[in-house]
Design a protein around this ligand. Structure first.
Ligand SMILES: *[C@@H]1O[C@H](CO)[C@@H](O)[C@H](O)[C@H]1NC(C)=O
Length: 273
């Protein structure tokens, strides 16, 4: 897909009628500062458009380059991941580096359902990572402070609703655990209800085919804005808690892929900044 054709695709999606499907309201602070449209195109590349209506900042991500020089292969599934993802943008997004890969296995059947790749922008100047932090602490800091991508690549035909149900279960579990443990306030729990509903509504009742990646982009924090979490081709949510916790979940004790965690922790052990 050429730059121009992806730009045309983006321009088409900016018509108000097309926008409506992808817009969502901010969970918090009856604010007009909402992300008005955010769409990832299909095809070879990914085109996304993020318009911040409040201050006219336009964040334009076009043709996310999946053809990096080198690939890294998940030995469990033979699915390959580019070691770098480039997202051309007028906001100078840095390339994201592949940190680790791992398979998701349905435990009681031993069936490999998808491979997951975790990417992060490690060049972000806001990262302050001493070498002696634990891998868990380093990943927590990275997710909270810089742009990340989770790429999910199914090993067989599956459905978006299947993934949706897993996402919703995981987020509801984190919410109720956090609430019980006092790390999630009542206010946060209330504010998260709306973006959780938006998340649930993002997924179409259609198949997600074997080897077709689902990319989930967590933008770097933007001061005074809720953080967006963008699902390629589907839409986005904006919620500091939900966007961050969605990615943190992959590194939880009960995360979906122990091999992903091991691979990421191993890689990040020797990283400092
Ligand atoms: C998976 O889906 C694709 C596209 O719908 C179809 O062509 C293919 O036959 C399916 N494969 C299996 C194993 O069902």
């Amino acid at each position: 897909m050429s730059f121009l054709s992806s730009f045309a695709r983006v321009a088409r999606t900016l018509r108000p009628a097309a926008n409506r499907r992808f817009s969502s309201t901010l969970a918090t602070q009856a604010s007009r500062k909402s992300y008005r449209s955010l769409v990832w195109g299909g095809g070879f590349g990914v085109a996304a458009y993020l318009a911040l209506s409040s201050n006219q900042v336009i964040w334009h991500i076009s043709s996310m380059n999946m053809f990096s020089e080198t690939l890294s292969v998940d030995p469990a599934t033979s699915i390959a991941f580019p070691t770098t993802m480039r997202i051309p943008s007028n906001l100078k997004l840095h390339p994201l580096s592949l940190i680790g890969i791992g398979v998701r296995t349905v435990s009681f059947l031993g069936v490999k359902v998808y491979s997951i790749g975790f990417y992060a922008d490690l060049s972000n100047p806001n990262l302050k990572i001493p070498l002696d932090l634990s891998p868990e602490e380093k990943i927590d800091h990275i997710i909270r402070n810089t742009a990340c991508v989770i790429r999910i690549v199914p090993t067989r035909n599956t459905s978006y609703t299947h993934l949706r149900d897993a996402f919703m279960r995981a987020m509801n579990a984190r919410l109720s655990t956090g609430y019980k443990e006092g790390t999630v306030s009542e206010d946060t729990a209330m504010m998260v209800a709306s973006p959780l509903r938006t998340l649930k509504g993002l997924f179409p009742n259609s198949p997600l085919n074997k080897h077709v990646p689902l990319d989930i982009f967590l933008a770097a924090p933007i001061p005074n804005k809720q953080r967006p979490l963008v699902f390629r081709d589907l839409g986005s949510i904006e919620s500091d808690w939900l966007a961050t916790e969605f990615v943190l979940n992959y590194f939880d004790k009960a995360g979906p892929s122990p091999p992903l965690k091991a691979s990421v922790f191993d890689k990040i052990k020797s990283f400092s900044k």
